[in-house]
Design a protein around this ligand. Structure first.
Ligand SMILES: Cc1cc2nc3c(=O)[nH]c(=O)nc-3n(C[C@H](O)[C@H](O)[C@H](O)COP(=O)(O)OP(=O)(O)OC[C@H]3O[C@@H](n4cnc5c(N)ncnc54)[C@H](O)[C@@H]3O)c2cc1C
Length: 662
């Protein structure tokens, strides 16, 4: 299979290990004086956007940065709990750049690009050094060295963390770097601004249209390049672990202006979330994967067992992950753990009132830690209670904030009874297609972080999103953007009176007015919930051709109904969260259709994309490497009409094999 002529991944020549080093040494540069007259717009201030904006400004470019929250610090990245991977091998347990590369490709079920993933593994160590230098308070061992824990899909300990608040601490680091540049006048910060379109002139991205969310005023902004670091689109499912504001609008507007969308159906369902408790919910809560270091997952061996968990004796518990996957046990990757939980619940072994939950139990490891502590403290013949007390303190220190959060939400004390967990939508591996330079199919438009499709294939390994976002922003884009901007030094700033800006702004205005004028009977949330239900039922943890076809028909109906009957209150020229939400849901509806088309096109199972028709006898995902070893990059012709382009994936350094965690 040859790649489509419209896709050029621009992977540098040379051996895998040397590609990035050689690229960095030979890429075109922009001299410092020229950097001062080149303007870059960065949309997004999460880990990817804040790190990119700070780095570009530090290098001398003129930067404007946008976010819809009131402060860059409130980007969704702040929610990240568990940690960030890096191949430092501090544990001396056999880690290396190659092993991180290998784990990531395998974890993604052989659907990611080798060169990008290897580069990610190469720069991972530098991210930790950068963040430590910024003062990020990573957890440390008694002697002062940085501490590590394990995440799924690996057999080494390479995850750096700051209690259960790693994203927050990393974002404070990136934010500090960004604010330093704001203070020096190198970055202009436009908080409370929502990008509603990209301006493309002669095939190149030259600016954006943004709405000031306080006044409602539309603004035009010019840039020699536009960088989108606008996060993931898991909220297309309505219920997800994402921040309520996370949305696809920026990426979707770019898609409509010519940026191809890569692997849109690749969604990550995280195995350890607090189960849905009723129809009133608008948000789901993650219990970090780090908990699987010490929490053991089980269900009763007897279907429909109604006993309380602590009343079920050890021999009547089925630690099904340890049983099915002895080599990785509770630390199998997320897609595998999620499917296994669904399988047990579907077979009637689920627990809790809804029966859509499994237990995550810390009691055994609490006792193990307690025994170690008693020994450390030279306590002779400690009682069971004493051991438990000592172990509980260790668990509290490691995961205290997550346990508190669980208790606040469920009313149950996880130190006393096992947590109940169930899979939920968490992350989107799909996103804007980018080449090795992180440039989309629109020249001068880049996509970073969760907004691009780049490094995680069909399933992201835990703690690799933070790594990728910061790699893109601190260490990749600052090099690759120079290659493009070195050709732009003669391009003078284009006036925002240019007809392309005028037209783009008018189109945005027209869409806002249209939504407000419908004055229908159904709320925006009504449509979002209806879409989310279809997506979860038919394009969620398990998919099949029949379901996907009917989902496409149903989503088209929802789209029609939305544009006839949505009720959006308020006006366009004022602070109007309902209008913001309406625009985002309208985009989610269009995206939902594409996700189902993509899932229908891919007649195989891989990673988070599980097509029921394609599974092994043991219920594992069954890939079809001969026909589907490609990135599906979709070009929008018009709403509801796309053309598929394929980027062939070549594995020259890894032998592709059936993924096994046994
Ligand atoms: C609960 C939770 C826990 C997680 N824990 C981990 C973890 O432990 N380790 C890990 O590696 N990953 C984790 N992840 C995943 C990780 O947090 C995200 O993938 C990552 O933070 C995304 O960063 P980002 O910079 O790409 O986007 P975001 O942090 O989502 O930032 C998006 C930015 O874009 C802006 N934006 C978006 N649209 C527009 C628009 N139209 N106009 C203007 N601005 C816009 C927003 O204002 C925001 O500033 C977790 C995810 C969740 C949900």
């Amino acid at each position: 299979m040859a790649s489509s002529s419209k896709l050029n991944a621009k992977i540098p020549e040379g051996t895998l290990e040397n590609k990035w080093t050689k690229y960095r040494s030979t890429v075109h540069l922009v001299n410092p004086a020229n950097k001062r007259s080149l303007e870059v717009l960065v949309v997004g201030t999460g880990l990817a956007g804040a790190s990119a904006a700070a780095s570009l400004a530090e290098m001398g470019y003129k930067v404007k940065v946008f976010c819809f929250q009131d402060s860059p610090r409130r980007a969704h990245s702040i929610a990240a709990q568990g940690g960030i991977n890096a191949a430092k091998n501090y544990q001396n347990d056999g880690d290396s750049v190659y092993r991180l590369f290998y784990d990531t490709i395998k974890g993604g079920d052989y659907r990611a690009r080798e060169a990008n993933v290897h580069r990610l593994a190469e720069v991972s160590g530098a991210i930790i050094d950068q963040c430590v230098a910024q003062g990020v308070p990573f957890a440390r061992e008694y002697g002062g060295t940085l501490s590590n824990r394990s995440f799924g899909g690996t057999q080494v300990q390479r995850t750096f963390y700051a209690a259960g608040q790693t994203g927050q601490q990393l974002l404070l680091g990136a934010y500090s770097a960004l604010q330093r540049q704001v203070g020096m006048g190198a970055v202009k910060l436009c908080a409370r601004h929502e990008m509603l379109d990209v301006v493309v002139i002669d095939g190149k991205a030259r600016g954006i249209i943004a709405r000031d969310l306080i006044t409602g005023k539309l603004e035009r902004h010019f840039g020699h390049a536009v960088v989108l670091a606008t996060g993931g689109y898991g909220n297309v499912f309505f219920l997800s672990t994402n921040a309520m504001g996370s949305n696809v609008t920026a990426a979707w507007k770019a898609h409509k202006k010519g940026a191809f969308f890569g692997n849109p159906c690749f969604t990550q369902i995280h195995p350890t979330c607090i189960p849905v408790s009723g129809d009133h919910q608008s948000k789901l809560t993650l219990m970090s994967e780090s908990l699987r270091n010490d929490g053991r997952i089980w269900v009763p061996k007897k279907a429909g067992d109604t006993r309380k968990p602590n009343e079920i004796p050890e021999e009547e518990r089925d630690y099904y992950l340890e049983r099915r996957y002895p080599a990785f046990g509770n630390l199998v990757p997320r897609d595998v753990a999620s499917r296994a939980a669904k399988e047990r619940c579907d077979a009637g072994f689920g627990v809790g009132a809804s029966k859509l939950a499994v237990y995550l139990d810390f009691s055994a490891n609490m006792m193990r830690y307690g025994t170690i502590e008693a020994s450390k403290q030279s306590i002779q013949n400690p009682s069971k209670e004493k051991i438990r007390e000592l172990g509980l303190a260790v668990v509290k220190e490691k995961y205290g904030n997550l346990f508190d959060m669980y208790k606040q939400i469920t009313g149950e004390d996880p130190y006393e009874v096992p947590m109940r967990i169930y899979p939920a939508v968490h992350y989107t591996m799909g996103g804007l297609w980018v080449d090795y330079n992180l440039m989309t199919t629109v020249e001068g438009m880049y996509a970073l972080g969760e907004a691009n499709f780049s490094d995680h294939g069909a399933n992201r390994l835990g703690a690799s999103a933070l790594m990728q976002g910061l790699a893109d922003g601190y260490f990749v884009l600052p090099y690759t953007i120079g290659d493009y901007l070195s050709e732009e030094i003669r391009t003078k700033a284009i006036s925002t009176d240019h007809e392309a800006f005028v037209k783009a702004e008018a189109e945005v205005q027209e869409r806002l007015t249209k939504m407000l004028n419908i004055k229908g009977t159904k709320s925006v949330d009504y449509f979002h919930k209806a879409l989310g239900k279809i997506m979860w039922d038919k394009c969620g943890m398990a998919r099949n051709a029949e379901g996907l076809k009917s989902a496409i028909t149903e989503i088209r109906k929802i789209r029609e109904e939305f544009w006839k009957d949505v009720r959006v209150t308020g006006a366009a020229d004022e602070f109007n969260p309902e209008l913001e939400k309406a625009g985002r849901v309208a985009d989610f509806i269009e995206l939902g259709e594409l996700m189902c088309m993509d899932a229908l096109n891919r007649n195989e199972s891989c990673g988070g994309h599980f097509r029921e028709e394609f599974q092994t006898e043991e219920g594992e995902a069954l890939r079809d490497d001969e026909n589907y070893s490609y990135v599906a990059a979709w070009e929008m012709k018009e709403v509801g009409n796309w053309e598929l382009h394929k980027e062939e994936l070549k594995y020259e350094n890894i032998k592709i094999a059936a993924r096994s965690y046994k």
